[in-house]
Design a protein around this ligand. Structure first.
Ligand SMILES: *Cc1c(COP(=O)(O)O)cnc(C)c1O
Length: 424
């Protein structure tokens, strides 16, 4: 069926870069939103108030989370940091973090001088493994950060049970999932705090931004002040007053989302549900069609996942049926056909170049603390296996038309059907 030479060996590719949707997306409405924010003369939440309803960051917070208090922030890492601060995580406290994830959760734990305890993932979902969490709990464990990675969800029932049993909070890092549903509840609402990232690559995108949500009024009030140097919103009374009132009670810093980013966030939010539906439909199609190819298993989702959103679309590969080619060479061959980025999951945090606390000799950390945070001491075999036997690509590809999905199917069939021709 596939007569042509693999693209990586000089043959014609299946698809061109122009075949794929752009991300982040910008429409006339996006331009109007930004221009509106620009001309309003109010670019920051600590700007002067013009009239009620002119505050885009408030509008975004309300629209994002009609369900709960939402605190927009500068980025997802800032959201995690204020969550840890609001929960009063102390220096030296242990916080459980999955070993297969973007570095942000571990970095946020270090930012409050606590100890990130790297815990392995479930090999099927690639999310935090409750059994491994159970084994990692010590009398010093003070919180669990659970991440819903790529295109699945962690077992929230099991993790919630562990957190409850030990009387510690669960922080749900939903930086990669904006709208997944566990039983009848949205991701981010099951733990004590849920956080989201609005980085331009994320499914809800505004450039740089984050959100923290909680249904605990006290935590919400503390996080609101923590991200704005101790200030919080006051009700509108008159023009030419500041939106923010100097309340204090916490030592905050400036992690505020700007009004320009809130304008972009509102615009992106208006499309989120429709885009989530399209991505889910295309992912379901690929789960079915690609599973028929040699060596491919789709990612597992626990039964309580009633709605799945997608940050990256991930697949398990059995390389023993693929001529034992390395994951990077398989990714290169697929990428050469499809002309979008296809790559292995994160490098596990116990050997990740971006997570090297020992590169910080100037920090106050003493030798004891340094030895407790040393990433090398953690064993992450499932994360390591995933890094070498799975591949992922960006959610924007799932916004392509049927013809795009057909090209993905064609390219995977072409490359995986002739694995022995893939150059190492
Ligand atoms: C992107 C991401 C973050 C951090 O978000 P930023 O907005 O980049 O700070 C945190 N956790 C996870 C799982 C992420 O993917």
């Amino acid at each position: 069926m596939f007569k042509s030479v693999l693209s990586i060996r000089g043959g014609p590719p299946v698809a061109k870069r122009e075949d794929w949707p752009q991300w982040p997306r910008s429409f006339k409405s996006t331009e109007a939103a930004v221009t509106g924010a620009l001309r309003s003369g109010r670019w920051s939440i600590s700007g002067f108030r013009r009239h009620p309803g002119a505050n885009l960051e408030r509008q975004f917070a309300q629209q994002f989370a009609a369900f709960h208090d939402a605190i927009p922030t500068a980025n997802g890492t800032a959201s995690l940091t204020i969550a840890l601060q609001a929960l009063e995580i102390q220096p030296g406290d242990e916080v459980i973090v999955p070993g297969l994830v973007w570095v942000a959760p571990a970095v946020a734990v270090l930012a409050v001088n606590a100890v990130p305890v790297l815990v392995d993932v479930d090999p099927h979902t690639l999310c935090l493994d409750p059994a491994a969490v159970d084994r990692a709990i010590t009398p010093r464990t003070r919180a669990i950060i659970v991440v819903h990675l790529y295109c699945s969800m962690a077992d929230l029932d099991a993790l919630q049970a562990i957190a409850n049993h030990h009387g510690i909070p669960l922080i749900e890092d939903c930086a990669q999932t904006h709208g997944s549903v566990w039983n009848d509840r949205r991701a981010g609402t099951l733990g004590s705090v849920g956080i989201f990232s609005l980085h331009e690559g994320k499914p809800l995108a505004c450039g740089e931004g984050g959100i923290a949500i909680t249904n605990d009024d006290e935590l919400a009030s503390r996080m609101e002040r923590l991200r704005a140097n101790g200030r919080s919103y006051r009700p509108f009374t008159e023009t030419n007053t500041f939106d923010l009132e100097e309340v204090g009670g916490v030592l905050g810093t400036n992690y505020a989302m700007s009004e320009l980013q809130a304008a972009l966030a509102l615009d992106s939010l208006s499309r989120l549900e429709a885009e989530n539906d399209l991505r889910a439909a295309n992912a379901a199609r690929l789960d079915r069609s690609l599973a028929r190819l040699p060596g491919i298993t789709p990612i597992t989702r626990p039964a309580p996942v009633k709605r799945q959103t997608y940050y990256h679309y991930a697949l398990h590969l059995d390389r023993s049926t693929l001529a034992d080619r390395s994951i990077s060479s398989i990714c290169r061959a697929l990428q050469s056909e499809l002309n979008f980025w296809i790559h292995p999951p994160y490098v596990p945090l116990n050997r990740n170049l971006l997570y090297q606390p020992q590169s910080q000799p100037h920090r106050w950390w003493d030798d004891h603390y340094r030895s407790r945070i040393d990433p090398c001491q953690f064993h992450l075999p499932a994360a390591e296996h995933a890094h070498q036997n799975a591949l992922v690509f960006h959610h924007s590809i799932l916004l392509a038309e049927d013809a795009g999905m057909a090209k993905i199917e064609e390219a995977f069939a072409k490359v995986l059907g002739r694995a022995e021709e893939i150059p190492e």
